[in-house]
Design a binder for this molecule. Structure first.
Ligand code: ATP
Length: 514
């Protein structure tokens, strides 16, 4: 099964089992908008809880916030979103499809990178054990030719983007002979700017002043509340404000399932520091965020850093944490050193001072900010895609299993009476009730026990508890573990401890040295 087929299966699985539905499906859907179903909302809540715990509860100097989605329209002028939150668009005249011009070029460069990997693979097979990969990459003519090409493309792309030079961007697409993925033709329009913010009107008067935007990021809600939180919470620099909330972007390329949505959720933290100390904190948060990802247990090899060549207008350093999604390594989280850009701009636009008096130095200043920003939906897709597994068992049977880390699993425990009689359902219901206060549980008495195990595997339930006739005699039950499919006979009153320990173990401990 190739990556594309696997991804399609994952999307179908997510729908079949109530994780994700296309929005407004009975009206044929709404592009790039999705609804989270009964299990999806549980997984989402567990991801949020894990992030909130790591960022807010584990740090004395980070607090939470829940700011409104609607904000004063001047905020988006100050932040630069009205003027600069634009994507360069290009249309193919034959397919009538619209693309982000920079992404067409990036994808073209990625294809050349694939060619390099193919050359390396070919050579590995040819030379076997004596293959020296580093030497091959450094000396092979084809590899070198591809590398030079990629470099040339990236240099031209960055120069065009930095200078907002759309003619140069279009020329790059023409020179690279990039075809439209749909029509295959190279019949391109000019490149145009497109603002990604959704706007609407507030109040009953429909004049210019009443136009407002749906926030395209949660960060600005934190900046405009910086002094409120600092003063009311008596926060001392360095300190952070964390927020989870919806953001909206009128994305042009509405593909790749929940990877790129028009309505999505962000988990952001802005860390306010002394001017001049931002690089220290940037490095700190870069490592710290990667440690959180690794602690989740989706596989260390699935993550990598990607340094930004082109910095946003507000940043003096930026790095992405990329995840290996079913369609390759792509941005999951961004860590940005935003300088004092945002607070200074809000100071200028609002006319209010946004300064901090530092009791240690006796100075007042506008703090610098290091931001960590992760898309909740992308993290959801990361967890789901890493977990999805089709297995052939020793007895030849097939099973689909979601190996979601127990701490994130939507349902932790399934309680299953072996048969629907002899008092087993009554016992099972009582046990269910006692476990429910601590864990999300399901009860299932329909079909054979094997079928019920399969249903729980398919939704990622880490523990299945079976109640049989022996249970009525000695209060012992069978625990069946999702990953290994092994079973233990244990005393029923041990279950809360076993499940809690399993959930804790699935997440490696995070040691913060803040
Ligand atoms: P991209 O380059 O993929 O468009 P970005 O660099 O614009 O992303 P940021 O503005 O840094 O993204 O947003 C921070 C995080 O929010 C991203 O790392 C991503 O996880 C998430 N995010 C951004 N746009 C979307 C979207 N349209 N749908 C889902 N998540 C998103």
């Amino acid at each position: 099964m190739n990556a594309d087929e696997r991804f399609k299966k994952l999307i179908a699985h997510a729908k079949e089992y109530g994780f994700i539905f296309p929005s407004s499906e009975i009206y044929d859907g709404l592009a790039a908008v999705y609804d989270y179903g009964q299990l999806g909302v549980e997984l989402k809540n567990n991801i949020k809880a894990s992030w909130w715990n790591a960022m807010v509860r584990q740090h004395d100097n980070i607090v939470g916030l829940d700011s409104a989605i609607f904000m004063h329209p001047r905020i988006w002028e100050a932040s630069g979103h009205v003027g600069a939150f634009n994507d360069p668009l290009i249309d193919n005249r034959d397919s009538k499809k619209r693309y982000r011009a920079d992404m067409l070029v990036e994808e073209h460069a990625a294809k050349i990178e694939e060619k390099i990997e193919k050359e390396v693979e070919k050579a590995r097979q040819k030379f076997g054990a004596s293959f020296d990969e580093a030497h091959f990459r450094a000396t092979n003519v084809n590899v070198q030719r591809h590398l030079v090409k990629i470099l040339e493309i990236r240099v031209r792309l960055n120069a065009a983007l930095q200078a907002n030079d759309f003619k140069a961007l279009r020329q790059l697409i023409i020179d690279c002979e990039i075809p439209c993925p749909v029509s295959g033709s190279r019949n391109w329009t000019e490149v145009r700017q497109f603002n990604l913010m959704f706007s609407t009107r507030i109040g009953s008067v429909s004049d210019e002043a009443s136009q407002i935007y749906l926030r395209p990021e949660t960060a600005q809600g934190i900046f405009v509340n910086f002094l409120n939180v600092q003063k009311s919470g008596r926060m001392k620099i360095p300190f952070g404000i964390a927020q989870i909330g919806k953001a909206f972007r009128n994305e042009i390329i509405a593909r790749q399932f929940i990877f790129r949505m028009r309505e999505f959720e962000q988990m952001e933290m802005q860390f306010f520091v002394r001017p001049g100390e931002e690089m220290k904190w940037f490095k700190y948060w870069k490592e710290e965020r990667m440690r959180w990802h690794r602690s989740i247990g989706l596989g260390d090899e699935k993550y990598r850093f990607h340094n930004h060549d082109k910095l946003a207008h507000y940043a003096n350093a930026a790095v992405d944490i990329e995840f290996e999604f079913p369609f390759g390594f792509k941005e999951l989280e961004g860590i940005h050193s935003r300088t004092d850009y945002d607070l200074s701009r809000h100071q200028e636009f609002s006319g209010r001072k946004l300064q901090y008096f530092d009791p240690e130095t006796g100075e007042s200043y506008v703090p610098y900010v290091v931001e960590t920003s992760i898309g909740l939906d992308r993290m959801f897709l990361a967890a789901l895609s890493a977990a999805y597994c089709e297995e052939t068992l020793d007895n030849g049977e097939e099973r689909v299993v979601l190996r979601i880390p127990a701490a994130l699993a939507p349902v932790k425990v399934a309680v299953l009476p072996l048969v629907k009689k002899d008092g087993l359902p009554e016992y099972a219901r009582e046990l269910l009730q006692s476990l429910r206060t601590d864990f999300n549980c399901q009860y299932d008495e329909k079909d054979s026990i094997g079928k019920r195990y399969r249903r729980q595997d398919a939704i990622g339930t880490p523990f299945c508890i079976t109640i049989d006739h022996q249970t009525l005699k000695d209060d012992t039950v069978t625990v069946r573990y999702r990953n290994s499919m092994t079973q233990d006979r244990v005393s029923a009153d041990m279950l809360p401890l076993i499940v809690a320990a399993g959930c804790r173990q699935s997440q490696r401990p995070l040691q913060s040295n803040l």
